[in-house]
Design a protein around this ligand. Structure first.
Ligand SMILES: [Zn+2]
Ligand SMILES: [Zn+2]
Ligand SMILES: [Zn+2]
Length: 281
């Protein structure tokens, strides 16, 4: 059996968010069930006894424990067989630092990313040390070139529009035996190519950072141009693909299943990612 596991479903800063006393953040400080970790997706093939992780978030230590607990064997390793990166924003790569000497001190753990992302890691400490010390072994991914994971699973990296200050941004299509799933935690705006990609897959786990355009002061909102969920609902209305929103900012009312926003998404036939949720593929 092959499955995906939502290892983290918050925007990069997580919930609770640093320095924030909003009701979502306060609730998450008191109720572990309300905590959402930074974005990450686990991929598990129980037949091949292999596991992979998309992105190395600052919550990587907890997320690897969550991944292992879903592998079904007491003696399963904590370490995934490889890590695949989407891009150079803190919620997606800071966790790599735990693989170095002060942490796990891994040996040649396969790390897959674009040439631009590799160059970013190679030129910035402490990530440079991971490459120099051989903690990770970097492999370059070419967009649109399918990468086999196991006999039953493969991964297709696709470049998507996002703030690319330091490197380009990938989404991934995971092809299982029965289903194909798009994982696209960050997106700045929809293009025809992105919409076609969403239509082509069975399930799309996509950027749901903000529910609407009024969650942050206008100045700050302009600096982080994610399409709000209300726009996605309009653009994707009637689509056959099962849509799951992830990468939720701590301000997002979708964090609260009792909020009318959540009911609106649910009534439209879409879903909100749950921490630890499994999707058989
Ligand atoms: Zn992000
Ligand atoms: Zn908050
Ligand atoms: Zn980002």
């Amino acid at each position: 059996m092959q499955k995906l596991v939502i290892l983290g479903s918050a925007q990069d800063g997580g919930v609770p968010h640093i320095g924030c006393a909003c009701s979502h953040c306060q609730q998450a400080r008191h109720d572990p069930a309300a905590v959402r970790m930074a974005p990450s997706l686990g991929i598990i093939d129980l037949e091949a006894d292999k596991a992979f992780v998309i992105d190395a978030s600052p919550h990587l230590p907890d997320q690897l424990y969550r991944l292992r607990s879903r592998r079904g064997r007491e003696e399963s390793p904590f370490l995934p067989d490889a890590i695949f990166l989407t891009h150079a924003h803190i919620g997606h790569y800071l966790g790599l630092a735990y693989l170095g000497k002060e942490g796990w001190n891994t040996q040649a753990l396969p790390l897959y990313c674009t040439a631009e992302m590799e160059s970013f890691l190679r030129h910035n400490k402490p990530f440079r040390y991971l490459l120099e010390q051989g903690n990770v072994c970097c492999h370059r991914l070419l967009p649109h070139q399918r990468h086999p994971l196991t006999p039953a699973l493969s991964l297709l990296p696709v470049e998507v529009p996002h703030r690319n200050e330091d490197a380009n941004t990938l989404a991934y299509v995971i092809q299982g035996r029965t289903l194909s799933v798009l994982y696209m935690p960050d997106l700045d705006y929809y293009t025809e190519a992105v919409l076609a990609l969403i239509r082509e897959v069975d399930i799309a786990i996509i950027d749901g950072t903000f529910f609407s355009g009024s969650e942050l002061p206008a100045m700050r909102m302009a600096g982080v141009p994610h399409p709000p969920v209300v726009e996605s609902l309009a653009r994707l209305e009637g689509i056959q693909t099962r849509i799951i929103f992830t990468h939720l900012n701590h301000t997002n009312p979708l964090l609260d299943p009792a909020h009318p926003a959540w009911q609106r998404v649910s009534a439209a036939g879409f879903a909100v990612a749950k921490e630890g949720e499994e999707i058989e593929i």
